[in-house]
Design a protein around this ligand. Structure first.
Ligand code: AVI
Length: 325
């Protein structure tokens, strides 16, 4: 990688407020069925648990996507060309990004965007040590909401968004269309998007991935309640809820739920929510696509599919998209 300049990371902070967490929480728990947006999984413990999920045997997406990226990185980097500004949506620990950063031609900058501020700062600092001459401009923001990128004080050819991990699957399909349209606008004319998408497969493989034998996915799901307790001094007993994940064939998605083990009431800043025994809080959907279905979704959202790569067993896919106009 060519050395471009020596700038230390500066954080652009659009961190979501505790108020917006509370408002969304109230809305979700007042619904029927009850739900909590999946983005609230990611406090510091949630981020650490998610990093552990990515390493468990049953959770195939991470290692499969990384292998696809490694196998095709030369082609990917040629396609997006030199001097691109790489914007990662939900950067987490930026592990996959390193595959790209090791091969991109003279990247203009790396802009990691994540909702989890501390995790973002830690992984950005680590990355800045590994690539001391790379411009790193972290942005703390909820990328599911409208956002603007900091004006670049450097020259660049194009903005390429990187959205790995099949996080697109955590959005409802209608939301996914809106989101992809917004990213097309964010990247602008000539922009690109490299996106990882999990594929439909047999129910057993899918359900094992979200019910791993080490119990880390269950801990990740239940940590949501611990986070709510910490943020709002609520007294929810996490041991009175149970992790439940299954493949919903009708909707083509994994669903994660927290099931109340008994009839109970939970108080949240003066509002009481009652649960029947066996009642669920829907905490996450993870949609699985076919390559064709995802290509149609991308085409309907302002993108053209330039290239699609999958692994030999067609477990996972990575798509290079370019702005349609
Ligand atoms: C971040 N996202 C793509 C993960 C998924 O597979 O839907 C989150 C996750 N939930 C449980 N395990 C992993």
């Amino acid at each position: 990688m060519k050395i471009i300049s020596d700038l230390s990371p500066a954080l652009h902070d659009f961190e979501p407020s505790v108020d917006s967490f509370f408002d969304e929480l109230l809305l979700g728990l007042s619904g029927n069925p009850k739900s909590i947006p999946a983005k609230f999984f990611y406090d510091q413990t949630g981020c650490e648990l998610f990093d552990q999920i990515c390493c468990v045997d049953e959770y195939y997406p991470t290692r499969t996507e990384m292998q696809i990226l490694r196998d095709n990185v030369a082609e990917i980097c040629t396609l997006f060309g030199p001097e691109c500004r790489l914007v990662e949506l939900g950067s987490g620990s930026s592990a996959k990004t390193r595959i790209l950063l090791d091969h991109l031609y003279e990247p203009a900058a790396y802009v990691p965007i994540d909702i989890a501020r501390d995790h973002l700062l830690r992984s950005t600092a680590r990355l800045a040590r590994i690539y001391p001459k790379l411009r790193v401009a972290p942005v703390c923001a909820d990328f599911t909401r409208p956002l603007t990128l900091p004006k670049p004080p450097y020259s660049m050819q194009r903005t390429v968004a990187f959205f790995p991990g099949s996080t697109i699957g955590n959005l409802e399909p209608a939301q996914a269309v809106k989101f992809l349209r917004r990213i097309a606008k964010l990247c602008g004319a000539g922009g690109g998007l490299l996106i990882g998408v999990d594929l439909k497969k047999d129910r057993g493989t899918l359900e094992r991935a979200y019910n791993d034998s080490t119990g880390v996915t269950a801990a990740f799901n239940l940590n949501l309640l611990t986070r709510i307790n910490r943020s709002f001094e609520a007294g929810i007993r996490a041991d009175q809820f149970q992790h439940y994940a299954f493949y919903n064939d009708e909707f083509g998605r994994i669903e994660m739920h927290l099931i109340s083990r008994k009839s109970q009431a939970v108080r949240l800043l003066g509002t009481s929510f009652s649960f029947r025994a066996g009642e669920s809080i829907h905490t996450e959907s993870s949609y699985k696509y076919s390559v064709e279905r995802f290509a149609a979704l991308a085409r309907g959202s302002g993108w053209m599919v330039k290239e699609t790569w999958t692994d030999r067993n067609r477990m996972f896919s990575v798509h290079a998209l370019v702005a349609a106009d």
